[in-house]
Design a protein around this ligand. Structure first.
Ligand code: SAM
Length: 270
């Protein structure tokens, strides 16, 4: 392992003290001093390596547990859903398998007639399949990005989910909420929607602006049916935590339930 600058400086300092002792003809004291110093340095190094090994072990265990959890959730989903083609990857920007399983569970349990999703992707396919399993309900998915829209539309066709999933290319437009300007999906595209039984908030892209997904509830709350649920992804991010805190203050009738998923999930019950 390479020596850090701090260690090198200490070593140079110790050598300097030893050299001074030599100069004053205190060679025995100088050698003893040098030996003890080297021993002390070795001990500090050993403790540092011990700490690093312990942290690496904790990290490996965490990764292993997460790997198991994602594999278990994915296996469960693919066993239940009537898939007709391979699913795209459930990594990176996509919904993680553990959240996908929560969505499938909730759709089977609540039998929603209308789902609205902000931010399309593999989640649109999974929810579409769950609705197909229920033999009722439809999903409207809003997508602001043209490239993602084309890619996801292709996947929806490939999975023959056009009858259940309506993917809408809704570019972001400025909209005012309490005097503050936000970028949000063009509302013209879902104005005619009467009730939403399940709202999945996973867009727009988080870098659009600070608290990018905040407009979802102020704009859609009135469209939620009496027993609607709102599922929020990415709760490990401070932005999403702040958004949910704001919503809970603004809509005190909401009850929140937290799920320790890979990216953090909150389900809000009306
Ligand atoms: C978190 S993603 C939505 C993921 C989706 N719900 C899923 O499960 O696949 C939110 C938005 O980010 C944008 N997006 C997706 N992939 C992206 C990428 N690779 N780079 C930048 N933006 C991306 C899209 O507009 C998408 O609607």
């Amino acid at each position: 392992m390479s020596l850090k600058t701090k260690d090198l400086l200490i070593l140079v300092g110790l050598l300097f003290i030893a050299a001074v002792l030599f100069l004053f003809s205190l060679s025995l004291i100088a050698i003893t001093f040098l030996l003890f110093s080297l021993l002390a340095i070795q001990f500090i190094h050993y403790r540092r390596l011990q700490r690093q090994a312990k942290n690496a072990l904790i990290e490996t265990k965490k990764n292993q547990e997460n790997f198991y959890k994602q594999t278990e959730s994915f296996t469960n989903i693919v066993k239940v859903l009537p898939l007709i083609a391979p699913l795209p990857s459930l990594r990176h920007f996509a919904v993680s398998p553990d959240l996908a399983k929560i969505l499938v569970d909730k759709i089977i349990e609540k039998q929603p007639k209308q789902i609205l999703e902000c931010g399309s992707g593999v989640s649109s396919l999974i929810m579409g399949y769950a609705l197909k399993l229920n033999k009722q309900g439809s999903l409207i998915s809003l997508e602001s990005d043209e490239e993602c829209y084309s890619k996801n539309q292709h996947e929806i066709k490939k999975h023959q989910l056009e009858g259940v999933v309506s993917l809408i290319h809704a570019p972001l437009k400025p909209i005012k909420i309490e005097d503050k300007e936000w970028q949000w999906y063009d509302t013209a595209f879902y104005q005619s929607l009467e009730t939403i039984d399940l709202l999945f908030v996973d867009g727009p892209f988080f870098k659009t602006q600070s608290l990018a997904r905040y407009p979802a509830l102020p704009l859609l709350f009135d469209k939620l049916s009496p027993n609607a649920i709102i599922v929020v992804d990415d709760m490990i991010r401070p932005d999403e935590q702040q958004i949910v805190q704001k919503w809970l203050k603004q809509f005190p009738q909401l009850k929140a339930s937290t799920f320790p998923t890979e990216k953090g999930t909150v389900v809000l019950y009306k």
